[in-house]
Design a protein around this ligand. Structure first.
Ligand code: ADP
Ligand code: ZN
Ligand code: ZN
Length: 748
């Protein structure tokens, strides 16, 4: 970068998708850096923009260029690496700059607000003892104020001093005039360092003797950190193996060496325990931590952001958006529960935080640690191909036993109870047992998307597509089973093709129903349900968790959302009501998700001194994911699943790009989707396999009909730019909207 640049390429914030050239006025030449937020004249208005490049020589004749007006703040809004990251996301995800800038720079910063300053007072001069005596006699109030300020460790707000001492402001002004005290301007701290997390879940702050396995992981990560080169570690440790402790030990030397750390969790609100524990420990080392979450007020967010940009705070903890924090000198990025679909952003820019984390680490020669008890197949595959290092922990801390997993065959239950029931007899009797023993239980019901696959309650048969090996989706309106990958249709059967039962149907029950049934069966138990409502109320979720911890609740009912990172020592029973819901989603990841879900929910049981039991209900108890999870056979599952994926060349063997078309007129949408596919086929992209167009699994949402096209490719970086440029030449109808989604995680 030239030392005294005269020209700058600026990307305006207001949606103009290109950089413009400006002159750098002399007063800004020293201060201006790449990534700085500036005010620029644009179309007779003043706009904000980000400096993307600085130059000594301009491209255009200087007299044609306008001057940059001024600098919004000295700290760059985009660090050098995040500018590069933004370009990469632009190419890789096909995301526009406007939305990317919104992602990288929070609204409150983009508005060009500065930090709020206030006047504070500190001592300025010293006295001889005689002068002090004179002051005490002639102006006792001033002497009082002087003494008071002398006792303070930090500068105090002027009005506060006056109020405390019950003196008027003029008394203080008098002291200023005499040069005995001084006024300083300081930023008001609204930051959420003093936070809500530490106390709510009473984060324990013990320091442990590491187990042998933990130590090996810490050493392995430490080695890479000292190497100072880009490296990805997959920390694969069973539930309750103490991964958080490993992260904490990895963080310490990084901070001590002056570098910075990003710690990602799937959702801050859902992981108060992890966040609380982390902060308690880091505070103990005097490492100030910013917790970046959606509840921050504008002022808090601005302060948090500024303190990270200025280097005042060097650790940020948060959900996926924390990945774009303006940290410089990044040494370590941790992605906890890396398998979580919550890391995928489902609106533009549709990025996957785990993948972007790896790329940001690469740009910084930093280390990225991906941690999970149930890593994604993508990450495991990268271990397999030697791109990532794998550190494993096979045992729980203190060698606590892994819970025993029972699988209940709901087909049997159906036959002996003569109807489809929600709770099996085995589950009811185990719940009763726990309530009597005053131990606790959690019941999970996976509600993510709702199952619209066909299943036979008598034999467990599920309708599958012969070409794609995913369950067919039942479309009620046309009474057909349709594959949403290849479009093949079948009439919906009246009887099960396997056992001829007429009971064949799709099923699902809600958490509310489960709660009611449990209350009926066990009226003496305290049962609490956690659902979407509970999540939106800021403190309710944490309150329920802390009630549960105190033993005031016997049975907690909720979706698997609440399974994340919960650690309750008195929980000895976990029930998974309906394993089939996730198992038969029309998604090639259905088996992976089910396996992960089972292992994760099982991991909530038996975390204290009592050992735990897990009960899984399913109509298809024989399938791989359930059996492998029951035996804790991770490698067995991996082998079977990778073979399946390989057979169809699904991820992780190839990448998947989803392209959705939608519009009010279904014929038009289908027509343009078909035209588009022809357009791409003519371009002869030999390395891309195209499938579709087919109707989306939910064909119509809010009156908009949806079609989709899939591209299978080994190389996204090569494919996306070509698709985007083809798209620019394609005469799409104005009535049809289309959007790309690279490596989507939610196919159902
Ligand atoms: P994971 O994230 O792998 O499921 P956690 O990090 O939640 O596991 O740890 C499980 C429990 O074990 C926590 O209560 C934690 O405080 C405790 N713990 C972690 N490491 C140790 C250790 N070395 N010795 C004793 N207890 C530990
Ligand atoms: Zn059947
Ligand atoms: Zn198919």
């Amino acid at each position: 970068m030239p030392r005294k640049p005269r020209f700058a390429l600026v990307l305006p914030l207001g949606g103009l998708e290109k950089v413009l050239e400006y002159r750098v006025p002399a007063v800004l030449r020293e201060k201006l850096r790449r990534g700085c937020l500036v005010r620029i004249p644009l179309r007779n208005r003043q706009e904000l923009g980000v400096v993307m490049e600085l130059r000594k020589k301009g491209e255009m004749a200087p007299e044609k260029l306008k001057n940059i007006h001024d600098l919004v703040m000295e700290h760059p809004a985009l660090t050098r690496d995040s500018a590069e990251l933004m370009y990469w996301m632009h190419d890789y995800y096909g995301a526009g700059f406007e939305r990317l800038l919104e992602t990288f720079i929070p609204a409150v910063v983009r508005k060009g607000m500065g930090r709020k300053l206030e006047k504070r007072l500190v001592l300025a001069g010293k006295f001889s003892s005689e002068a002090w005596e004179v002051l005490r006699k002639r102006a006792p109030q001033q002497a009082l104020a002087y003494q008071f300020l002398g006792d303070q460790v930090k500068p105090l707000k002027k009005s506060l001093v006056a109020k405390r001492l019950k003196v008027s402001l003029s008394v203080l002004d008098g002291l200023v005039k005499k040069g005995l005290i001084r006024e300083v301007l300081e930023a008001i701290e609204r930051v959420a360092y003093a936070d809500e997390f530490g106390d709510a879940e009473q984060a324990e702050n013990q320091e442990f003797q590491l187990t042998e396995e933990q130590k090996r992981c810490v050493d392995s990560i430490g080695l890479s950190l000292r190497d100072g080169k880009f490296k990805v570690h997959l920390l694969h440790g069973v539930t309750g193996s103490g991964k958080t402790e490993v992260y904490l030990r990895a963080i310490q030397p990084v901070i001590r060496s002056g570098k910075t750390v990003i710690f990602l969790v799937p959702e801050v609100a859902l992981t108060p325990q992890t966040v609380g524990r982390l902060r308690a420990r880091l505070n103990q080392f005097n490492f100030k931590t910013v917790v970046w979450h959606s509840h921050l007020s504008d002022g808090e967010r601005l302060d948090a952001w500024t303190s990270l940009a200025s280097g005042e705070t060097r650790i940020v903890v948060g959900a996926r958006s924390a990945l774009f924090a303006p940290l410089r000198n990044l040494g370590l990025i941790i992605v906890d529960e890396e398998h979580e679909p919550a890391y995928k952003q489902e609106e533009t820019p549709r990025y996957h935080a785990r993948d972007v984390a790896v790329y940001r680490a690469k740009l910084n020669d930093a280390v990225c640690v991906l941690g999970s008890a149930t890593p994604s197949l993508e990450s495991l595959y990268n271990v397999f191909t030697k791109k990532y290092v794998c550190d494993r922990i096979f045992n729980r801390v203190d060698n606590r036993r892994m819970p025993t997993v029972h699988v209940v065959d709901m087909r049997q239950e159906y036959i002996s109870q003569r109807s489809a029931v929600t709770l099996s007899r085995a589950l009811v009797s185990m719940l009763r047992d726990r309530v009597e023993k005053r131990e606790q239980a959690i019941l999970f019901l996976n509600r993510r998307g709702y199952s619209r696959s066909m299943i036979c309650p008598q034999c467990g048969w599920v309708a599958h597509c012969r070409h794609c090996s995913i369950p067919l989706t039942f479309h009620r309106k046309v009474d057909k089973l349709i594959c949403h990958l290849c479009g093949k249709e079948d009439p919906a059967p009246f009887r099960c093709p396997a056992c001829a039962s007429a009971q064949i149907k799709w099923k699902g029950s809600g958490t509310q129903k489960v709660e009611e049934i449990v209350k009926q069966i066990l009226p003496q138990a305290t049962v609490v349900r956690i659902d979407a409502d509970t999540m939106t109320k800021k403190n309710l979720f944490r309150k329920i968790l802390s009630e549960f911890r105190r033993g005031r609740i016997d049975i907690l009912v909720g979706t698997q959302m609440i399974a994340k990172g919960l650690d309750f020592p008195n929980v000895t029973l976990v029930g998974l009501i309906d394993a089939d819901i996730s198992l038969h989603m029309p998604d090639f990841r259905a088996h992976e998700r089910t396996f992960q879900l089972l292992v994760q929910v099982a991991g909530r049981a038996g975390r204290g001194d009592l050992s735990g039991e897990v009960l899984v209900q399913s109509f298809t108890p024989y399938v791989g994911p359930i059996q492998f999870a029951r035996r804790e056979d991770f490698d067995g599952f991996l082998e079977e699943e990778l073979a399946l994926r390989k057979e169809h060349d699904y991820p992780p063997y190839r990448n998947l790009i989803h392209h959705q078309f939608r519009g009010l007129n279904p014929e038009k949408v289908e027509f343009f989707a078909e035209q588009w596919v022809r357009h791409v086929e003519n371009a002869d992209l030999g390395w891309v396999e195209i499938r579709g167009p087919v109707p989306a699994p939910i064909e119509k949402i809010k009156d908009y009909y949806r079609y989709q096209v899939w591209y299978f490719t080994k190389n996204v970086s090569k494919t996306m730019p070509v698709l985007l440029s083809l798209r620019q030449d394609f005469p799409m109808s104005e009535d049809v909207l289309d959007v790309f989604d690279v490596n989507p995680v939610n196919l159902a």
